[in-house]
Design a binder for this molecule. Structure first.
Ligand code: FAS
Ligand code: PHB
Length: 394
């Protein structure tokens, strides 16, 4: 058994874990990252594509914004198109003065791994059997194996950045943990295609189901269609995907969509989920380990960054100023922003998707919500501020 001591043990080498490790390292706080998968597996994941202004600025502030600003695209907002109604633009630039940033999570994770390796970070990939011990004491530890070697890491704090399926959340006693969940009766079938994208990110409402146009770079497009949860990827040939997508977009847009063979195709289930509190003893959860949002509001990755902003600040105040104020306030501060994003994502999911069990009243409410966006500047401004997310609290 290798016995190792550090200050913060970070479980999970996705965006939350790697960003936290980077910030702590540059603040002189020793940390070790444990990642279950290989680096190649983590970098192969295709997920988010849009950063809120605050998340983009955080990456710049921690010295990781150069490739984002060089290769990403500033977007004034996101378009909604609606069968038989005028288009709407969630104009964050006009109403909040802040554009969104189109830069894929895959690129961000590449930038993070490159920076961590350059800085000589301690990252254990293919760390298996992670177990968390004694988080309600001042001597918490994590045990795991890598290959045939066994390890025990003792640290002051443990950061659970291990996503929805990781062990960290489960380490909080059920007597303390409260979970809130909404599982949606549909998923998003997403594909990646090496073709020029449309100009805008576009959500399309159609009575048969939602569709979405996204992008990664001038020669890489990402598209989604709403599919029943009973569907599997084998039910969806590329041809069926394209027929469905073009059917759900208005003619003036579908005629501009360049189709082609998919280079990636996957179905993501949709759920809204929050686990409270986000901390217990010396364990602090960040990112998908604590909460999940449907991708409709482009919030998941952005919440991971705001959690990491709050947690890294709290740990820096502990080590540099001996103050535990932000550690004690972490969960309630992070959850204020999480619940605001849960609300926005839930509202946009209701607005833009066909629900199999909905009735005519639901449809009239949906149409009225959209018509208010078309006619009311107050509603337009409110949605724009929701779409960029709450400002980070002092
Ligand atoms: P992650 O899940 O990214 O990272 C957790 C890491 O912990 C993983 O690398 C995992 O391997 C590791 N881990 C898990 N268990 C472990 C263990 N026992 N030991 C060690 N390590 C362990 N968000 C958006 O904003 N827009 C989108 O369009 C979007 N699309 C998505 C599509 C899919 C299919 C999924 C699953 C999510 C999507 N998301 C989207 C949300 C997603 O981007 C997350 O919010 C983001 O990855 C959160 O980052 P982390 O909290 O770091 O969690
Ligand atoms: C994406 O770029 O994949 C994307 C963007 C915005 C969303 C969902 C997905 O709301």
């Amino acid at each position: 058994m290798h016995n190792i001591k550090t200050q913060v043990t970070i479980i999970g080498g996705g965006p939350a874990g790697l960003t936290l490790s980077h910030i702590l390292d540059h603040a002189g706080i020793e940390n070790i990252v444990l990642e279950r998968q290989s680096k190649e597996h983590v970098l192969s994941r295709i997920r988010a594509g849009v950063l809120e202004p605050a998340a983009a600025q955080l990456l710049r502030d921690i010295g990781l914004g150069e490739r984002m600003d060089a290769n990403g695209k500033s977007k004034d907002g996101t378009k909604i198109v609606w069968q038989d109604r005028p288009d709407f633009f969630i104009d964050t630039k006009k109403w909040t003065g802040q554009p969104m940033m189109a830069y894929g999570q895959t690129n961000i994770t590449e930038d993070l791994y490159e920076a961590r390796e350059r800085d000589g970070a301690q990252i254990y990939t293919e760390a298996k059997g992670v177990q968390i011990h004694d988080i309600d004491t001042s001597d918490p530890s994590v045990t795991f194996t890598q290959g045939t070697e066994q390890y025990k890491i003792s640290s002051d704090y443990i950061a659970g950045c291990d996503g929805f399926h990781g062990p960290s959340r489960q380490a909080i006693p059920t007597s303390v943990r409260k979970e809130y969940e909404r599982v949606y009766p549909f998923g998003w079938l997403g594909i990646m295609v090496e073709k020029p994208p449309l100009e805008d990110f576009i959500y399309a409402y159609h009575k048969d189901g939602m569709a979405m146009a996204a992008q990664r770079n001038p020669m890489l497009s990402r598209y989604y269609v709403q599919v029943p949860t009973s569907d599997s990827i084998d039910d969806w040939s590329d041809q069926r995907f394209w027929d469905t997508l073009l059917h759900r977009f208005p003619e003036e847009l579908s005629s501009k969509i360049q189709t082609g063979p998919s280079i990636e195709k996957s179905i993501a289930p949709l759920r809204s989920f929050v686990s409270e509190p986000m901390s217990f003893g010396t364990l602090f959860l960040a990112g998908d380990a604590a909460h999940i949002v449907p991708p409709t509001g482009a919030k998941g990755l952005n919440l991971a960054f705001s959690d990491v902003y709050y947690l890294s600040r709290a740990l820096q105040h502990h080590y540099s100023e001996g103050s535990d104020h932000y550690l004690e306030k972490y969960s309630e501060m992070a959850l204020r922003r999480v619940w605001a994003a849960e609300n926005t994502s839930w509202w946009l999911t209701k607005l833009l998707h066909y629900f199999p069990d909905e009735d005519k009243f639901d449809q009239k409410i949906r149409e009225n919500d959209y018509d208010l966006l078309l006619t009311s500047e107050d509603h337009q401004r409110a949605l724009a501020y929701e779409y960029i997310g709450l400002p980070f609290e002092d």
